[in-house]
Design a protein around this ligand. Structure first.
Ligand code: CUA
Length: 297
């Protein structure tokens, strides 16, 4: 009797080892098919697949943040593999064969100690790498090359530039109804970001920075980033802040320092000079009962 007959002929009793092998083989085939389908359907290249869904980072922190992400997933996959393996093994090896109750194991000290200590070790390792990388990513730069004040409000952004090197007077930029606000970033320069909210909690998120930080009213959150790759990148709000939260987009333009200074001069020519305050939440007023005068104060 071949194992092929076992799978199709249910009337003949099969030897347990053949059935078990057949099931394991079938499970393996399904798992391999699922992995292959995921890779093909998502159109992942090798490098994309290795980043495990992370975008390609464009700052000096990117490699560090990407390997933290990969390490966390590797740990999760190893734990997941062991757990799935044990579940499948228990299902197959201890499936019901008769009416007797199988031996019950409880108060097994080695096992209880193992599943208490092991999770603590796993969490401690994840904690160690997270704290180590977080302290680098959030490190204060006492002498940044550039500075931008990011003001979030319902439902847009204003960017105010001032220069620690005194190359230009403060200027600002803000979007219009037709165009998204643009954040210009000088390539290779350490930029200080000061995050301010005029109303509710928003979150400043540039996926290509592999970084986000909350924008909290009544408080200034600060971080430093050095962008290494020129180009245009998407920016978003990643804190549900109201009805038009999903429209709270901006564009990041990483440019050469020369182009950055030229853009600052351009903002100055357009008269967008000074320290911006952003707007209060009057851009979009979903409550038509509030009088116009009251809403625009
Ligand atoms: Cu601002 Cu969501």
């Amino acid at each position: 009797m071949s194992s092929g007959e076992v799978a199709t002929d249910r009337t003949r009793p099969a030897r347990p080892d053949q059935t078990r092998r057949g099931r394991v083989l079938r499970t393996q085939r399904i798992a391999l098919g699922a992995v292959a389908a995921t890779l093909v359907l998502s159109g992942c290249s090798g490098a994309d697949a290795r980043r495990l869904g992370f975008p390609r980072g464009i700052t000096t922190d990117s490699d560090r943040v990407t390997s933290l992400w990969q390490g966390a997933w590797t740990a999760a996959f190893i734990v997941g593999g062991i757990v799935w393996g044990l579940i499948i093994w228990a299902i197959v090896a201890y499936r019901r064969r008769g009416n007797e109750m199988p031996a019950q194991t409880r108060y097994n000290m080695p096992i209880e100690a193992l599943y208490t200590i092991l999770p603590v070790v796993i969490v401690a390792v994840l904690f160690f790498y997270t704290v180590r990388d977080q302290s680098v990513v959030l490190k204060k730069d006492p002498t940044p090359d550039a500075h931008v004040k990011v003001i979030g409000y319902k439902f847009a952004w204003t960017f105010g530039y001032s220069d620690p090197q005194n190359r230009f007077q403060p200027v600002y930029d803000t979007g219009t109804n037709e165009t998204l606000p643009e954040l210009w970033v000088p390539q290779g320069e350490s930029m200080e970001y000061t995050l301010i909210s005029n109303d509710v909690i928003h979150a400043f998120w540039v996926p290509a920075f592999l970084f986000k930080m909350d924008v909290v009213p009544g408080r200034e959150n600060t971080f430093y980033k050095t962008a290494t790759t020129t180009g245009s990148y998407a920016g978003r709000c990643s804190e549900l802040c109201g009805i038009n939260h999903s429209h709270m987009l901006f564009t990041v333009r990483v440019v050469t320092p020369e182009q950055y200074l030229a853009h600052m001069a351009d903002l100055r020519r357009r008269g967008q000079v000074g320290d911006p305050q952003g707007h209060l939440s009057q851009e979009y007023n979903p409550n038509r009962n509030i009088a116009e005068g009251q809403a625009s104060q």
